[in-house]
Design a protein around this ligand. Structure first.
Ligand SMILES: *Cc1c(COP(=O)(O)O)cnc(C)c1O
Length: 383
């Protein structure tokens, strides 16, 4: 039976291993393991790739979101608007920063935080009090909007920036799924006040371990993130604030430098696969992913929607096709979120989406045989 994995890391390894081992050899020979030449070079190269002034490598994507929030001074008594339809880390980061997560619904066209939902919430619950936006429902101060470029499709950033300008809020991008994605020709990571990337192994740009980065055009925010990742140090053993131990390590930075050179090629191949799937599935009773005119989708995940999702998932799995569900339980309904008192029915689009989404195999090394087999098997299911 064919076995088609959801992601194929070994194929990535084959492409980079000669260069990677050369860099790793230099690292082990010099034993420069701590914020060394590879981290510095990667930060420069990734900033250049995104056309953004600063990139700061950190320990994970979760910490990248957390540090981005803290760099903006967001903490206790504040709140942040985010989508419930995201990986849970987005929400954890808000809570780690000490802020309150206001979770809102998505636009089902792209599964991204709905700008209308954000405006409606602000108009209904928030009022200006002495230069701040007070939320009467929670008693907190609304400070930022945190859209997630979910699945590799960028959010409608101009609309979010308009809302942010009107109410004096910050816009933070969770770009953990959007390396190389674009909005009106500009790269994710350069679109808001500050952005967070993850280099979790399965992401479009993934380490062979943990890693993340914060990008921003703001000098002060970048400086703060550099301090936060290293115990609040300004200089060695001079601790200006209480920070964390959350650095990108040299070995992972070397992996990322090798993979970054291939990212555009790999993303282009993902788009080719997506285009093949789109054509081959469009006459079936599934919803294929849409791409807004502003977006350059990089298909971290290729997500279809089906009312028979669970049956289809089982059918594909039994035939060797690695599928996923991203994500089966919305964040606002997670057990860990009990104290925020969200309930079933609060976010109807998000809740319906969670029941219907299905991620098909998507990675740059899928062959034509692989994708044809996936499509034929889905067609068979609907026969
Ligand atoms: C992967 C991911 C994160 C967290 O990244 P880690 O590197 O796993 O900590 C945050 N937000 C989103 C949307 C993600 O997909």
């Amino acid at each position: 039976m064919n076995q088609i994995p959801l992601v194929d890391l070994h194929a990535q390894y084959e492409e980079i291993k000669d260069e990677m081992y050369k860099l790793w050899d230099e690292i082990f020979e010099s034993m420069y393991l701590y914020l060394g030449p590879n981290v510095k070079s990667f930060e420069k190269e990734f900033a250049l790739f995104n056309h953004v002034k600063h990139c700061v490598g950190v320990g994970s994507g979760t910490e990248a979101v957390h540090f981005a929030l803290r760099a903006l001074g967001i903490g206790e008594g504040d709140e942040v608007i985010a989508p419930s339809h995201t990986f849970f880390a987005t929400i954890e980061a808000i809570i780690h920063a000490g802020a309150y997560p206001v979770l809102l619904d998505i636009d089902p066209k792209w599964y991204i935080l709905s700008p209308e939902a954000v405006s409606n919430y602000i108009e209904r619950y928030c009022s200006k009090e002495k230069n701040v936006l007070k939320d009467k429902k929670t008693g907190k101060i609304l400070k930022a909007i945190l859209p997630v470029h979910i699945y590799g499709h960028t959010a409608d950033m101009d609309t979010f920036k308009d809302i942010a300008n009107e109410y004096n809020l910050a816009v933070i991008e969770d770009a953990a799924q959007a390396h190389g994605a674009e909005y009106k020709g500009e790269k994710a990571g350069a679109l808001g006040d500050i952005a967070a990337f993850s280099f979790y192994f399965s992401k479009n740009l993934g380490a062979f371990g943990e890693g993340g980065a914060v990008t921003t055009n703001n000098d002060e925010y970048a400086k703060r993130v550099r301090r936060l990742r290293e115990h609040g140090q300004k200089d060695k053993y001079h601790h200006q604030s209480i920070g964390y131990n959350s650095r990108l390590d040299e070995l992972q930075a070397a992996v990322l430098r090798c993979k970054l050179k291939l990212l555009k090629k790999w993303n282009d191949r993902r788009r080719e696969v997506a285009s093949f799937y789109n054509d081959a599935l469009q006459d079936l009773p599934v919803k294929i992913p849409a791409e807004a005119e502003w977006a350059h989708h990089v298909y971290y995940l290729y997500v279809i929607r089906s009312e028979e999702r669970d049956e289809l998932f089982g059918y594909l799995k039994d035939r060797g096709i690695g599928c996923g569900i991203h994500y089966p339980i919305p964040c606002h309904l997670q057990e860990a979120m009990k104290r925020y008192k969200y309930k079933n029915g609060d976010l109807p689009e998000t809740e319906k989406t969670a029941k219907e989404v299905l991620s098909l195999p998507m990675h740059p090394h899928l062959s034509e045989d692989d994708t044809s087999y996936v499509v034929e098997t889905i067609r068979e299911f609907y026969k």
